[in-house]
Write a protein that binds this ligand. Structure first.
Ligand code: SF4
Length: 363
């Protein structure tokens, strides 16, 4: 037996001993939810330990109105939209970036904002637009790219700012007493920019236990053990002792770049409405790099599928099988909502690792 597996088994047996009453924890991050399903961890947990998903999948929380803006800009002449793969199939009110491409828009797949800037430098006759989606951890790389474009004098590059901040949304969700969340498992990505004070405040305000873990399954189980221990001891703390520590110098630089480029505003979340100070927009001094200003496009309210229950699932109010469409008319082959479209979406992971695994083991 490998060392990791041995450690996992020890931690799991500790978890079974510790869970002595019903406890509900929120796994905020889509990648951690994916790891939990991939390793079949749900089936190995104590019966009284209830894990629900949180809003930490950036594509899943993208409202239709923002996709409509991406599509509107993508359809402008001489525009190349440089997008991450997960985003292109997310539906707006009518179109996605993928369907806009079928109608003639130029859409290229990239993996980082710097890739978009490279395309802009290669294609001086086009305006390259980067739809910036993600959470606070994404903001430094987008800010860095905008500052680099300004430094190089590249004027045919701009960004649609649609980055979200998780703490205000978690704060709002935790106000719902029916959710009855006792602990939060967060990903160590938040250490890149989100101030740990925000999570310390959340822990105190909502009497929550919080733990930061990596995406490794052994760290995730360790996080669950720590959360359960904290809950049993009535400790409402933000425990980041196991976090991947970014040097404070890197953190300082990242924060400086973000504050040079962005400021916070109220923003829309798919199915969750407008949440105060939960988004970033680009400062006026850098408006040349703001695609919404450059193309005079505003984010408007969009139309979302009334069948899709992603909003309930990403706010811990249900699991994918609670949605009547799950596995019936909605699957990774014919997805309806972003939680099934995105590789990090909980419906996608649940279908891929739970339903398909159950089906193949019963054959
Ligand atoms: S199963 Fe499909 S329709 Fe239902 S919540 Fe998930 S993505 Fe939406």
């Amino acid at each position: 037996m490998g060392k990791d597996l041995e450690r996992q088994n020890v931690l799991l047996s500790e978890l079974h001993k510790l869970v002595d009453r019903p406890m509900r924890l929120m796994v905020v991050c889509g990648t951690q939810n994916k790891a939990i399903l991939k390793y079949g961890l749900r089936e190995q947990l104590p019966e009284d330990l209830d894990l629900v998903a949180g809003p930490g999948c950036s594509v899943c929380v993208m409202p239709a109105g923002h996709i409509d803006a991406f599509v509107k800009i993508a359809m402008q002449p001489d525009v190349i939209t440089a997008s991450c793969e997960d985003l292109v199939n997310v539906p707006g009110s009518k179109d996605s970036l993928a369907s806009a491409k079928e109608r003639g828009a130029k859409v290229e797949l990239i993996t980082s904002p710097m890739d978009a800037l490279d395309i802009a430098r290669r294609e001086p006759d086009h305006i390259v637009v980067y739809p910036a989606v993600g959470f606070e951890a994404t903001a430094p790389s987008v800010a860095e790219t905008i500052l680099e474009a300004a430094r190089l004098g590249v004027e045919n590059f701009c960004v649609v700012p649609s980055i979200r901040l998780l703490p205000p949304t978690i704060d709002l969700l935790m106000m719902d007493p029916e959710l009855n969340i006792r602990g939060l498992l967060c990903s160590d990505h938040i250490n890149t920019i989100s101030d740990t004070e925000a999570y310390t405040e959340l822990a105190k305000k909502h009497k929550l236990s919080c733990y930061i873990a990596s995406f490794e399954i052994v760290d995730i189980i360790e996080g669950l053990v720590s959360l359960v221990r904290q809950i049993r001891n009535d400790e409402f703390v933000f425990d980041d002792t196991s976090a991947f520590i970014y040097s404070s110098e890197d953190n300082r630089k990242a924060r400086k770049m973000v504050s040079e480029v962005f400021f916070t505003v109220d923003t829309d979340w798919r199915g969750l409405g407008t949440i105060e100070k939960s988004g970033f927009v680009i400062r006026d001094e850098l408006s040349l790099y703001d695609a919404t200003k450059r193309f005079n496009v505003r984010f408007k309210e969009g139309q979302e599928s009334c069948m899709c229950q992603c909003n309930r699932i990403i706010s811990g109010r249900g699991l994918p099988p609670d949605c009547p469409a799950f596995g019936m008319v909605c699957s990774p082959e014919s997805p309806i909502g972003p939680c099934m479209i995105s590789d990090e979406g909980i419906c996608h992971s649940y279908f891929k690792y739970h339903v398909q695994a159950t089906r193949s083991s019963s054959h």
